[in-house]
Every structure is written in structure tokens, then in C-alpha cells.
Design a protein around this ligand. Structure first.
Ligand SMILES: Cc1cc2nc3c(=O)[nH]c(=O)nc-3n(C[C@H](O)[C@H](O)[C@H](O)COP(=O)(O)OP(=O)(O)OC[C@H]3O[C@@H](n4cnc5c(N)ncnc54)[C@H](O)[C@@H]3O)c2cc1C
Length: 367
């Protein structure tokens, strides 16, 4: 199963799958509480998370410098002296670099003495794959669409753009305004940008905005497994018979003749860069790192990873900060440990070995 930020190759498997977590069986609705498993906000993230959070921090005395990008870090060989945003100098007791790894690598390159320090020198190989194109969009319907289960997310695995879909009304408070006349609001992400679509035969990378939207619509509507689920939960009504009001692409993406471009480059995990993810601490006592591209127990470039990294950076400054360890089932820990040992001796993956062993035992039993 490929997540929303997958770099995996396009798969031909013609199914839509639901993400099933152990807590999810047999299909209870989303819950919103600490340590509840996969958490979702009760409304749009800015309104329900960032705006109240900024207000709370300002009340506690935090000063924000909006529209003042970090441009340089001043370093005297042992400690960070200050940071610069253009001509302006900003001085602090501690500095936490929490910007995307591409911008970090670029800023560090302006201070070579700093860039070559242990941990900080990981940024060049960390961004070696270049940015990843994952485009967010939302689909508005003027009718309510039910799903067979109350807790559901969909990966349209036969879609060339590797689409993921989620109906926000499943998780949002009932009083959240979905938009004028909007009764169902799906958010989605296209995760693969190099596979040509079925209408224009162009990959996301070279589509115009309109072509992208038409492709997304076609790929959603032609997924048989998704349609089957919708019919099952809506008295036999097909997905194509629900009135789709519009598909809107996240404003972060700019479509042009040269191809699609984000205002800020996106990083994702890959097997080539995994080894270069830095910890939150650096050799300098007043410089720390945070961001989903740093080492966490979440492991995946995600909001969860970003939050965990922030807490770990804060804990490195003040040990009183609590960081809740990720829950890893005992059997996963055991298998991981065995697999680490197999990897160390260049043996096949633990699952491959288990299958081979079972086949061997089966044959031996039969003969
Ligand atoms: C389309 C899409 C869909 C996604 N869907 C999900 C999802 O469903 N669930 C999930 O968990 N994750 C999702 N993610 C991933 C998630 O958004 C990221 O993993 C997460 O935001 C990374 O957080 P971060 O703090 O490391 O970096 P960012 O969120 O990139 O934050 C870095 C900040 O640094 C700022 N910045 C950059 N340069 C400078 C500079 N020079 N000076 C000052 N500030 C600067 C940026 O403006 C930005 O605010 C998605 C990502 C994309 C692109």
C-alpha cells in the first residue's frame, strides 16, 4: 500500500483500498484524543490548529517575524552569533533551524565553516534526490456522499497520478462550513508525477492546471472499486451520478509551460536519503534542528514527524519537555530486530526468508 507521499512506482493493481488501523476494526468513527492513534483535526488546519496556536504563543510573549526569511547564519567557529534576514540581524539565545531541507542546505552553503560541521554536512546528501511533486487538491460535491465505513481513507491504486482521497466531513465537526452548497468535501493528493495520465497522456509534471483537474476527475470516476464502495453506501447510486461542483488545486502549485512548480520545494523520504536524516542536536550548543526531515520515531516525512521533531528539539534545550514515544507493537520490534541482523550480514529480507522457509517446509512435508 502506497502512502500519500510515496515515491514508489505506479502500480497496475486495479483496486481502491482502505487504510485499516488495528484501532479501526470493526470500523468506528474517527476519534479525537491524546494517544488515540491516527489523529485528524476537527476542522480546517489553519482555523483549528495554527491560528489558535499563534494567538496562544503571542499571549505567552512569543514574537513572530513574518515575511522575514532567514538568509544567512553568522558563525564564529564555535557558536552561532546571529541570523540575518536580508539587512536585518536577529539575535537569540538558541537557534532552531526548522525550515525545509533544501532551503537549509542553501543557507548553510553561505557559511562554509558551518556547513562542514558534523550533522550539518548531512544536508547536501539529504537533498540529493531533489524535490518531490505531490499536489494537493479538493473536490466539492453538492450532495452528501456516504462511505461503507465511518472511518475511511482511499488510495486509488489504479490511478496514474497515484491519488489519495479523504472525505473531510468524516472527521470535521458538524458545524464546520464546507463551502457554499457543499455537502461533501474530499481532499486528495496526487503522489506520482512522472506517469502519463489517461486523457492527455501527460504526467503531472507537464500538465496544465485544467488538464490536471480533468485527469484527476477521470481517474477518480473510472475507479471501479471506489465506485462499488460508493454504490454500496448510497443505495446503489454511482459516483458519477453525484454532482461534482469543482476541483480546486492547492494554491502552492504554479502550472506553466515549463512544468509544475511549488513555491517551496517538498522533500520526502527515500532509500537514498534515509541515512542522511540529521538528529535534532548539532555540535553547537546553541543550534538545533527540527522538521519532518530530521530523525524521529515517526520515520515518515509527515505532520506527525514534524511535531515530534519540534518536541525533540525543545527537549534538547529543556529536558523537562515530554516526548511521547511512538507505539510500536512487540511483534514489529522483534521482526525489525531480526531484519536488522539479516541486513547486517547482507541476507534477504525477513519476509522473503520466512516465505522461502515456509515453502521449503511445505515441500518437505509433501514429499
Ligand atoms: C500535498 C501534500 C500533502 C500532504 N499531506 C499530508 C497528510 O495528509 N498528512 C501528513 O501528516 N503530512 C502530509 N504532508 C506532509 C507534511 O505537510 C510535511 O511533512 C510537513 O509539513 C513538514 O513539516 P516541516 O515543519 O518539516 O516543514 P514545512 O511544513 O515545510 O515548514 C517549514 C517552514 O519553513 C518556512 N521557511 C522556508 N524557508 C524559510 C526561510 N528561509 N526563512 C524562514 N522560514 C522559511 C516555510 O515557509 C514553512 O512554513 C503533505 C505534504 C504535501 C506537500
Amino acid at each position: 500500500m502506497k502512502p500519500w507521499n510515496s515515491r514508489a512506482d505506479f502500480s497496475e493493481v486495479p483496486v481502491a483500498v482502505t487504510i485499516i488501523c488495528p484501532r479501526n476494526i470493526p470500523g468506528t468513527a474517527w476519534t479525537h484524543g491524546a494517544e488515540e492513534g491516527w489523529l485528524l483535526l476537527k476542522g480546517p488546519s489553519s482555523e483549528y490548529w495554527f491560528e489558535p496556536w499563534i494567538a496562544c504563543l503571542q499571549e505567552k510573549g512569543v514574537e513572530f517575524h513574518w515575511q522575514k526569511p532567514l538568509t544567512k547564519i553568522e558563525f564564529d567557529g564555535t557558536t552561532i552569533l546571529s541570523t540575518a534576514s536580508g539587512d536585518e540581524t536577529i539575535v537569540g539565545d538558541y537557534y532552531i533551524l526548522a525550515i525545509n531541507p533544501f532551503a537549509t542546505a542553501q543557507i548553510l552553503s553561505k557559511t562554509p565553516e558551518l556547513a562542514k560541521l558534523e550533522v550539518l554536512r548531512l544536508f547536501t546528501p539529504l537533498v540529493q534526490d531533489g524535490p518531490h511533486t505531490q499536489v494537493s487538491f479538493r473536490v466539492a460535491f453538492s450532495e452528501e456522499i456516504h462511505f461503507p465505513r465511518e472511518r475511511m481513507a482511499v488510495i486509488v491504486t489504479d490511478s496514474e497520478f497515484n491519488l489519495t482521497l479523504f472525505a473531510e466531513e468524516q472527521a470535521w465537526n458538524k458545524d464546520v462550513d464546507l463551502g457554499k452548497n457543499v455537502k461533501s468535501l474530499w481532499t486528495g493528493t496526487s503522489c506520482i508525477s512522472s506517469v502519463p495520465g489517461r486523457i492527455y497522456h501527460k504526467p503531472v509534471n507537464t500538465c496544465t492546471k485544467e488538464e490536471f483537474k480533468e485527469e484527476v476527475k477521470a481517474q477518480i470516476l473510472r475507479c471501479g472499486a471506489l465506485d462499488e464502495m460508493i454504490r454500496e453506501a448510497n443505495q446503489g447510486k454511482a459516483l458519477k451520478d453525484f454532482s461534482m461542483m469543482e476541483i480546486e488545486v492547492w494554491h502552492e502549485w504554479e502550472f506553466s509551460a515549463e512544468g509544475i512548480r511549488p513555491y517551496q520545494p517538498k522533500w520526502v523520504n527515500s532509500t537514498t536519503t534515509q541515512h542522511f536524516m540529521p538528529p535534532q542536536t548539532t555540535p553547537l550548543a546553541n543550534l538545533f534542528l527540527a522538521g519532518a526531515h530530521t530523525q524521529t520515531q515517526t520515520h515518515v516525512w509527515s505532520i506527525e514527524g514534524a511535531v515530534e521533531s519540534g518536541r525533540r528539539a525543545a527537549k534538547a534545550i529543556d529536558p523537562r519537555v515530554a516526548v511521547i514515544d511512538q507505539y510500536i507493537p512487540g511483534w514489529v520490534r522483534v521482526i525489525s530486530r531480526i531484519d536488522d541482523l539479516l541486513y547486517a550480514v547482507k541476507a534477504p529480507h525477513v519476509i522473503d526468508l520466512t516465505i522461502a522457509l515456509l515453502l521449503f517446509l511445505g515441500l518437505w512435508f509433501l514429499l
